[in-house]
Design a protein around this ligand. Structure first.
Ligand SMILES: Cc1cc2nc3c(=O)[nH]c(=O)nc-3n(C[C@H](O)[C@H](O)[C@H](O)COP(=O)(O)OP(=O)(O)OC[C@H]3O[C@@H](n4cnc5c(N)ncnc54)[C@H](O)[C@@H]3O)c2cc1C
Length: 475
């Protein structure tokens, strides 16, 4: 179990006075609403649910501009108040849950799309991913990738907490290929300063869980938009479905430039009531987005692997059928569909050692019990196809979960534990660049305290000394 102390309302501070000193920034102090904004989707994990459900902030600020955001940070700095930045609150590991109470700064009112140009979009941190995609489309562009939560997630939350998404099987994860062009972030000081991170330097801030600066603005790479067809193909055998998924993810872009490639066990698909009457029951599904002109090649690939395309819909057809986007049956939406019916389900994040070795994947499915149902996401990174298993697990107790993890690990699969509320989880090494920038931009250590276990051990060091620890680890 993670060691998280219970945190109730901090009655020692005069929160009414603090709210006043934030004026004219809008605040929320109604306890029920503050509690709501202290949560994210950590409840996917029964372990995190147990640990985090009683951790709440004390006050919420809703800045509309970066000047208002700077004011929030300056007040919190002078009063030494812990601060958690929050976008849409869709993180899965409790990244936006205040472990030490304090001020929650929600960015959703800082939501302007500032510039759309050739191959990029620049937006304020609180802009919704779906709004950005909608603004890009008439200009002939779309984001290189976006999370399946695009209706709620913000661009700042995505670059601070996310890693990949719809589009990553074509354009790689967020951290690669110039997918993040630039990030601007404010420091937490008496007079906050805005810093700009460009090129590879965006990695100093990307995926730091809001520990080392308050993101104000993000520039993302965009790609020319295509006429996407949302497809669902059914298979009788999961091994065939997986092999088709791997073939689709590996196909040259000039043949099939798919933007989504997910394979889902039929037992999970039984929890997709919206697909009733559209896809036959009992089929393992390959969920994909394919350009219209490559649909014939896609059909050939599916049929060559023993499958059938049951649904192929453009936006007009999807609206007519009143169906969600196909990506709402992929990524962590798959888990959500099951959780809507049964809260005893949970999931895990597993790296597949050799995605091309479908026999090894099939053997692992056999080794795991009936309480683990496969769901594979295919992406590309460093020019290679990567596969992650995000299985549904019917949770019995932490011991059984540990046994499932050990089964995966016994054959070289990597467990990226989804049940930890620390940025340095299993197989996630400390990122000393993040921590060096935390020292520079948040010298008092007030941003999202408790989320980095390593920080407490080196907060007394200079940024250069912290950075040097990373170099030491590389040699
Ligand atoms: C159903 C479901 C599906 C998902 N699918 C995907 C997916 O496809 N790909 C993926 O990568 N993730 C996915 N996720 C995880 C999550 O949705 C994404 O990471 C999302 O982009 C987070 O955006 P948000 O605005 O909700 O961030 P939040 O949850 O509000 O915050 C995430 C982290 O970023 C920090 N943060 C937020 N705003 C700022 C800021 N302005 N400055 C500094 N730090 C900040 C927070 O403190 C927190 O640590 C999914 C989650 C769910 C529940």
């Amino acid at each position: 179990m993670n060691d998280v102390p219970e945190k109730q309302h901090d009655t020692e501070r005069d929160w009414a006075a603090i709210a006043q000193s934030l004026a004219p920034v809008e605040v929320i102090d109604e306890p029920v609403l503050v509690k709501k904004r202290s949560r994210d989707f950590f409840w996917y994990s029964p372990i995190l649910n147990q640990e985090l459900r009683k951790c709440f902030g004390d006050l919420v600020a809703l800045p509309k501009t970066r000047q208002e955001l700077a004011q929030c940070l300056a007040v919190a700095y002078s009063e030494e108040i812990p601060v958690v930045l929050r976008g849409g609150g869709t993180g899965n590991y409790g990244q936006a849950v205040p472990l030490e109470g304090g001020l929650i700064i929600e960015t959703t009112a800082m939501n302007r799309i500032l510039e759309i140009g050739d191959g990029f979009v620049r937006a304020e941190a609180g802009a919704l991913m779906a709004d950005i995609n909608a603004a890009l489309q008439p200009e002939g562009w779309e984001m290189a990738m976006f999370p399946s939560t695009q209706d709620i997630a913000t661009v700042g939350g995505f670059v601070a907490g996310g890693s990949a998404g719809i589009g990553s099987v074509a354009n790689g994860p967020l951290r690669e290929n110039g997918n993040i062009i630039s990030i601007k972030a404010l420091s937490m000081e008496a007079e906050p300063v805005e810093h700009s991170f460009d090129g590879d330097d965006v990695l100093q801030i990307h995926h730091a869980w809001g520990l080392n600066g308050a993101i104000t603005e993000v520039t993302l790479r965009t790609v020319p938009t295509q006429d996407w067809i949302g497809c669902m193909a059914g298979f009788d055998d999961y091994a065939d479905c997986y092999r088709a998924g791997y073939a689709l993810a590996s196909a040259p872009d000039e043949d099939i430039a798919r933007k989504l490639c997910s394979t889902v066990d039929s037992r999970i698909c039984d929890y997709f009531p919206r697909l009733e009457n559209h896809v036959p029951k009992g089929k393992h599904l390959l969920v994909s987005l394919v350009p219209r002109d490559q649909l014939p090649a896609f059909r050939n690939l599916i049929e060559a692997h023993g499958g059938t395309v049951h649904l192929a819909m453009d936006e007009e057809e999807r609206t007519r059928l009143r169906l969600p986007h196909v990506f709402e049956f992929a990524y962590n939406h798959t888990t959500l569909q099951v959780l809507k019916s049964d809260r005893s389900a949970t999931y895990q994040q597993i790296g597949v050692p050799d995605p091309s070795d479908s026999d090894r994947v099939a053997a692992m499915r056999n080794k795991l019990g009936d309480d683990v149902w496969s769901h594979h996401e295919f992406t590309r990174a460093g020019g290679k196809v990567l596969t992650a298993d995000l299985p549904i697990i019917w949770f019995k107790n932490p011991e059984r979960l540990a046994e499932i993890n050990a089964t995966y690990e016994s054959d070289g699969f990597t467990v990226y534990d989804a049940h930890l509320n620390a940025i340095e989880g299993n197989h996630m090494q400390p990122d000393y660049r993040h921590l060096a920038w935390k020292k520079r931009l948040d010298p008092k250590g007030l941003l999202n305290p408790g989320k980095s276990r390593v920080w407490e051990k080196l907060r007394h060091l200079s940024p250069e000394e912290i950075e040097a620890m990373g170099h030491k680890n590389e040699t």
